[in-house]
Design a protein around this ligand. Structure first.
Ligand code: 13P
Length: 262
């Protein structure tokens, strides 16, 4: 069974990762975003914002007030592998869930580099997230050095194998390919390079998870902007985007969503 034959393109997801940005003053961006998502414009994709944990509850409240829980999903940016306990500064998957997140980003390259997160740690966090009923958005991506030495597919393949537990399904798992050198740099891989990595990831997912693997969403992330979104989203096996900087302002984010405008 070839990976190509089994594709029924999954519904795309555009997720915004606010990283360590945002205070209550920025809720106006969410208000503006929801107003458009609930208005006449129709987008053939799911939409999510992953704010700092402090903004999950206020965003959820605003979303409820605007009756837009179907239009905008919320996600966390990390969780601890344990359910509770003496882990100062950490947050559990269930805490995110109770603050109305439906997903959590795990294994982002900034977590891997700032906090020394290994594939093994990421996998344990994914297990905790799935157990709490969250979906996991699991990030993989090569450094510039690894790209230059021709090791990209080897690196992302190893991260994928090591970071995903058994039991991942297309409903509870999303993969995000984020080349580390493309994050926040304004640089993006060529569409051929993106296509090569996404196809390799798809094949690896199908090998391990069968039909579930063929339906799992594989997002591209790294300097996605309104000006390049359409081109990147048209690449085979790109099922949406994980957006950093350009998700902070409603207008920029809407410009990226426009790649899926109906
Ligand atoms: P930028 O879109 O700012 O490059 O960030 C990408 C990213 O890291 C999303 O998780």
């Amino acid at each position: 069974m070839s990976a190509q034959k089994t594709i029924k393109a999954p519904r795309p997801l555009i997720a915004g990762n606010w990283k360590m940005n945002g205070t209550p003053a920025d809720l106006k961006q969410i208000r503006a975003l929801i107003a458009k998502l609930s208005g006449k414009s129709r987008y053939a994709c799911d939409t999510m914002i992953c704010p700092p944990a402090t903004l999950l509850a206020p965003m959820a409240e605003l979303r409820a007030k605007m009756k837009a829980s179907r239009q905008l999903a919320l996600g966390g940016q990390d969780c601890h592998a344990n359910a509770s306990g003496a882990h100062t500064g950490d947050i559990s998957a269930d805490m995110l869930k109770q603050a109305k997140a439906s997903a959590v980003i795990l294994g982002h390259s900034e977590r891997r580099s700032d906090h020394g997160e290994t594939d093994k740690i990421v996998k344990a966090k994914v297990e905790a997230a799935l157990k709490a009923g969250l979906s996991a958005i699991i990030c993989v991506g090569e450094s510039l050095k690894e790209r230059k030495s021709g090791d990209t597919l080897k690196v992302v393949g190893k991260q994928l194998r090591g970071s995903l537990p058994d039991g991942c399904t297309s409903a509870n798992t999303v993969i995000a390919y984020e080349p580390v050198w493309a994050i926040g740099s304004g640089l993006t891989p060529t569409t051929e390079q993106v296509a090569q990595v996404h196809l390799a990831l798809r094949k690896a997912l199908v090998r391990r998870f069968g039909d579930e693997g063929s339906n799992m969403r594989i997002l591209y992330g790294g300097s996605v902007k309104p000006s390049n979104a359409q081109e990147l989203m048209a690449v085979p096996h790109v099922n949406g985007a994980l957006v950093g900087g350009a998700s902070l302002k409603a207008n920029d984010f809407l410009g990226i969503l426009a790649a899926y405008k109906q």
